[in-house]
Write a protein that binds this ligand. Structure first.
Ligand SMILES: Cc1cc2nc3c(=O)[nH]c(=O)nc-3n(C[C@H](O)[C@H](O)[C@H](O)COP(=O)(O)OP(=O)(O)OC[C@H]3O[C@@H](n4cnc5c(N)ncnc54)[C@H](O)[C@@H]3O)c2cc1C
Ligand code: SF4
Length: 493
């Protein structure tokens, strides 16, 4: 696979990234891929290690290591090296529905588990993946694949995020008639209205949806199942239903002054910005303005980082990001060895941009909001922050973060974006279909993807809780398999 000595001969090289001060001028993608020749050499760095953890997708140390889709990583890397791009594409699509999404936004679990990464830099598998699919599109190899024979069975998919789309693609190609219902005005779930345009250009989604329509998938937008259409109607009209509605209940921050004007949930904020960009290139001004304002993001994770990058592009005067937990180590801790997923501090694109624009890392650790302070008109103008420290809970024995007395400070804040995670599925949908949920309100299933309600299946964040695009695609494909099995008595998906 690759070139046995390639990892010794060639350094890891990744896409050129535009300078922060240049890229914040717009909402366009800012990675300039390597030339085909240079990318091929990156494939050569895959070294026939014989233990491809990169494609394993197994639990190690409580977290998944390697690709959850079990992409045939060493094989595709080899085909990239030998310049067999069409073969590489054919190999990649055996396990993957949408490499154009993960090639842009996946945290690359494969690379974290790459043997080359044990003593050096891992193979750039994610960018190889992106090059394979983009080369395939450029050369016209990615075509609509309508089924030759229809089974006459009908499947409704509720939700058009990556899990719903993956399930729809698989089931339609298998010959079932698939309709995807989406409550938003556009298809894509969080690919569309969560992940910002600079990370995933929305034309990449449109390109794929057009192909799926040509294949025969029907998309119905602006339709909220459980409100605009009743569950019993879907169950009457369709042989199977897949619930792929995501985990869209945001976790709130309860503190004095929470009712002040200027406090938004991260996804509502990000959705407004992308919708305004797509509808009118911001001419309608139908988004939360950050121009000249002090913006505080509550939550130090990836969603918080997307808020930082977006607020900077909107002209924020300052951006601060609050994180409750202590800073993670810069390198792997002794109890977090390769090939486990590295629990280390990463400085993502939004934070890099904040450093370039404001001269410092926007993150403040072990800190939360104890009060939102409005002005006399009810508009947020300040935040009272408090430091936190770890303390053992006497009853449970677990560590929890508690306020440090006397550590309060007040900072200016006119816009607050809450990016504190999600709490699972929405009750009106699970009630409508009468499916059981677990303690976290994720939809319960047995071994597979069948819910407690006959003929109703589930996939993605609604099933596993807030996760990743690659997991959503995995779940969509697996749920499709389960549905096909239940419809036909066997499955070849
Ligand atoms: C801001 C943000 C950034 C992220 N960035 C990344 C990233 O860089 N990389 C990564 O791997 N993951 C990222 N994630 C996580 C990733 O986007 C999700 O794990 C993934 O999209 C989940 O897919 P899904 O199909 O299960 O649900 P979703 O993508 O949430 O899609 C669910 C869809 O169902 C629709 N829906 C819900 N209820 C109904 C109903 N009753 N009727 C009709 N439609 C309904 C919703 O409108 C939505 O469109 C990010 C998440 C967020 C919030
Ligand atoms: S989907 Fe993600 S984890 Fe899997 S090979 Fe691609 S970049 Fe790696």
């Amino acid at each position: 696979m690759g070139k046995p000595t390639g990892f010794l001969e060639y350094e890891r090289e990744t896409a050129q990234v535009l300078e922060p001060k240049e890229r914040i001028q717009n909402f366009s993608e800012f990675r300039v891929p390597l030339s085909e020749k240079k990318q091929s050499l990156q494939g050569a760095r895959c070294m026939a290690c014989g233990v491809p953890f990169c494609q394993s997708g197994v639990m190690l140390g409580g977290m998944v290591s390697g690709c959850p889709l079990n992409n045939l990583v060493p094989e595709t890397n080899d085909l990239v090296y030998t310049g067999n791009w069409e073969q590489a594409y054919r190999r990649l699509k055996k396990t993957h529905c949408f490499p154009e999404f993960t090639g842009r936004v996946c945290p690359a679990l494969c690379e974290a588990a790459c043997t080359c990464g044990l003593n050096g830099e891992p193979v750039s598998t994610k960018e190889n993946e992106r090059s394979i699919i983009e080369t395939a599109f450029e050369n016209g190899w990615v075509k609509a694949e309508p089924p030759k024979i229809r089974t006459g069975k009908k499947v409704a998919v509720v939700g058009s995020g990556p899990s719903g789309l993956a399930a729809a693609m698989q089931l339609n190609r298998r010959g079932h008639l698939v309709t995807v219902f989406e409550r938003n005005d556009r298809i894509g779930g969080l690919l569309r209205y969560g992940i910002p345009n600079m990370k995933l250009d929305k034309k990449v989604i449109d390109r794929r949806i057009q192909l799926m329509e040509e294949e025969g998938v029907r998309f119905v937008t602006n339709t909220d199942v459980g409100k605009d259409i009743q569950a019993k109607e879907l169950l009457k009209d369709y042989d199977r239903v897949i619930l792929a509605c995501g985990a869209s209940n945001p976790r709130d921050i309860q503190a004095k002054g929470r009712e002040s004007k200027g406090i938004y949930f991260a996804v509502d904020f990000l959705k407004g910005v992308t919708k305004s960009l797509l509808d009118s290139e911001f001419k309608d001004q139908a988004y939360v303005s950050c121009k000249g304002k002090h913006v505080v993001v509550i939550g130090g994770g990836d969603t918080g980082n997307d808020c930082v990058g977006t607020a900077i592009r909107l002209g924020a005067k300052s951006v601060t990001q609050l994180e409750m937990m202590p800073k993670a180590p810069d390198g792997r801790a002794a109890n977090n060895p390769w090939p486990q997923w590295p629990r280390v501090c990463k400085t993502d694109y939004g934070q890099e941009e904040a450093i370039a624009v404001f001269g410092k890392d926007p993150r403040i650790y072990q800190t939360t909001v104890s009060e939102f302070i409005p002005d006399k008109n009810g508009n947020l103008c300040q935040l009272k922050l408090v430091k936190l420290k770890g303390e053992k809970d006497e009853k449970t024995g677990r560590m929890r973060m508690v306020p440090v007395a006397g550590s309060e400070e007040v900072i200016p804040a006119e816009v607050v974006l809450i990016a504190a995670g999600f709490l699972g599925s929405q009750k009106y949908v699970t009630d409508a279909f009468q499916v059981e949920v677990d303690q976290r309100t994720n939809v319960k299933t047995g071994e597979g993807y069948q819910t407690s309600k006959e003929r109703v299946f589930t996939a993605g964040d609604m099933h596993r809780g807030q996760s990743l695009v690659v997991w959503a695609i995995h779940e969509g494909r697996e749920a499709a398999k389960a549905v096909d099995q239940s419809l036909m008595g066997y499955t070849n998906l």
